[in-house]
Design a protein around this ligand. Structure first.
Ligand SMILES: Nc1ncnc2c1ncn2[C@@H]1O[C@H](COP(=O)(O)OP(=O)(O)OP(=O)(O)O)[C@@H](O)[C@H]1O
Ligand SMILES: [Mg+2]
Length: 533
């Protein structure tokens, strides 16, 4: 294998900036949204070439807003941006891109039917070198960039066939193709598997070592500690601290974020399960393309028990949970709730019988973004007491209901009447979790309960899920974070290729065993060999 030009050295970062390297200074940045929210309050942020800078803070602290200002999506109300000492102002993402600033958004903006090269070069503004490229040149350039930064993306691959991790790399390529010196990634790892996270940061390190400036917004302190060079903490729209990663620790960062001590370990405590609440027997699910996405699932979940489902993304976990909720593709098999077969029932009927569901996709399936927070909190409740009084909705009860959930889940919102779509990502997640848990249903299905949620809120949601279980509810939970399954689940199932390939009681589960099963390697396939921990 050939080494890249910089030799792949990670230790020796450029002392003096490489040509084209950009120092970013954001000074006194403030942002008021039209609804009166002050999302940024005189924020200072300095980004150096050749560093990975982590931007952290609680949900609603103003991270996405600050990055939207830097990449030209939003205009600041006050303050200035300097690039290498020169004051700039961006009227649009195009002008920021021309100045060498690129952003990788969480929702990818790619065309599935086009190839990687076509997507990367699609309506590309001329590069900073000032030229448009032909298709062939675009392909060559994409290949060259992909090789140089070891992105492992095939320029000719159709985007529709790529994994989430690969799609993200295509977005990175798009920014590099436009010669971005400053690369901003907003919660890039929320949707990645642990392996993909490591791979992404390997790429980001290459870019850093080549003198680019990288900003990563993330809630995952483990990543922050492992991969960043410096950390800036925002709280309530203000910059609280900038820390050198090697000189700090997760507890200190968490303290800056929240202003208090946070229990980062999320200790597991065992439940005391009773009778079977949910039984799944011989469940098969086909997606709309006719592909079998769940094959012969058999398991049960008891009252007072949390069953976690592990698996690499796309192993059928989401489809399994959806199917139990009565959604998704065509299914056959038995789904029993407290001994009654509910397999023939619609999603709405299942919900009434006692199945609550927190979907993975909170903006699409989980919420109505143009409705108010209060209406979102009442969704699915409005047909029954206590929110219904005879014919009509009981407005007062609705108000109490939403105030209770907002308080309990620490949802950061100025008023229950604001549009749900204007909430920060993590706060919208709390709305959905809070609503579904307030149903008091026998069974709660949760796909990724804390995705995008800050550390304080994770602590809160975990505590509430345990308490919910201890009140006799049955919970089925998936998570991309093994640590989350270990913190919560009384039993862990592992899915691989649509099948449940392994099952461990909490006491027997180790990261090593689960990791192997997630790769499709189970005790049976290893016959006789000892697993290492
Ligand atoms: N378009 C908008 N209109 C009105 N208010 C908004 C808008 N976008 C964000 N806000 C508000 O600005 C504040 C900061 O939001 P922002 O999205 O920047 O937070 P964040 O730090 O990225 O949070 P998270 O970790 O949850 O993603 C929040 O109170 C949010 O409700
Ligand atoms: Mg955000």
């Amino acid at each position: 294998m050939t080494r890249p030009l910089n030799g792949g050295v990670t230790a020796g970062r450029p002392q003096s900036a490489a040509p084209g390297a950009t120092t970013v200074e954001m000074r006194g940045i403030s942002k008021w949204y039209s609804n009166g929210v002050m999302a940024n309050d005189h924020v200072d942020l300095v980004l150096n070439p050749g560093e990975i800078h982590a931007l952290v803070g609680e949900n609603g602290a103003g991270k996405s807003t600050l990055m939207s200002i830097l990449c030209g999506l939003e205009e600041p109300t006050d303050g200035e941006i300097r690039l290498d000492g020169q004051t700039v102002s961006f009227s649009s993402p195009v002008s920021a891109s021309e100045a060498g600033i690129g952003m990788v958004h969480q929702e990818f903006k790619l065309f599935p039917s086009l190839t990687v090269a076509e997507n990367v070069a699609f309506r590309a503004e001329p590069t900073r070198l000032g030229m448009f490229l032909s298709r062939r040149e675009a392909r060559e350039r994409v290949r060259e960039l992909a090789d140089r930064y070891r992105l492992g993306v095939d320029p000719n691959a159709k985007v529709g066939q790529l994994s989430v991790g690969m799609l993200q790399r295509v977005e990175i390529l798009k920014a590099l193709h436009r010669d971005a010196q400053v690369l901003i990634l907003d919660e890039p790892t929320a949707v990645l598997t642990p392996q993909e996270v490591d791979d992404l940061f390997a790429v980001l390190r290459e870019l850093r070592d080549a003198g680019r400036t990288i900003v990563v917004v993330t809630h995952k302190l483990r990543e922050v500690m492992a991969f960043s060079d410096r950390i800036t903490v925002l709280r309530d729209g203000r910059s609280i601290a900038t820390l050198t990663t090697s000189e700090t620790n997760p507890a200190e960062v968490a303290h800056h974020m929240t202003g208090r001590d946070v229990d980062l370990d999320g200790r597991y405590n065992a439940g005391s399960p009773a009778g079977v609440a949910l039984r799944v027997d011989g469940l098969f699910v086909q997606n709309e393309l006719g592909v079998m996405v769940v094959s012969d699932a058999n398991f049960s979940v008891r009252h007072g028990e949390i069953v976690g489902i592990a698996g690499v993304a796309g192993s059928g976990q989401t489809e399994l949970i959806e199917s139990i909720a009565g959604l998704g593709g065509h299914s056959s098999g038995v789904v029993e709730l407290d001994g009654t077969d509910i397999h023939q029932l619609s999603a709405a009927e299942r919900r009434r019988k006692g199945i609550a569901y927190i979907p993975e996709d909170r903006r699409g399936v989980g919420s109505a973004v143009t409705a108010s927070v209060s209406d979102n909190l009442a969704m699915g409740f409005h047909r029954r007491a206590p929110l219904r009084k005879g014919w009509r909705l009981d407005r007062a009860a609705m108000k109490r209901h939403s105030a209770d959930i907002i308080e309990a889940f620490g949802i950061r919102v100025s008023h229950a009447k604001v549009e749900a779509g204007t909430l920060s990502g993590g706060n919208l997640q709390k709305v959905i979790v809070g609503r579904e848990m307030s149903h008091d249903s026998a069974v709660l299905l949760v796909d990724q309960p804390t995705r995008g949620v800050d550390i304080g809120a994770i602590e809160n949601i975990h505590g509430r899920l345990r308490a919910y279980r201890d009140r006799g509810h049955a919970i089925v939970l998936t998570s991309a974070e093994l640590s989350e399954l270990f913190a919560l689940a009384d039993r862990i199932l592992v899915m691989y290729g649509g099948r449940v390939v392994a099952e461990y009681p909490r006491a027997d589960a180790t990261e090593a065993k689960i990791g192997l099963a997630m790769a499709g390697i189970t005790q049976q396939t290893l016959t006789g060999s000892e697993e290492t921990t």
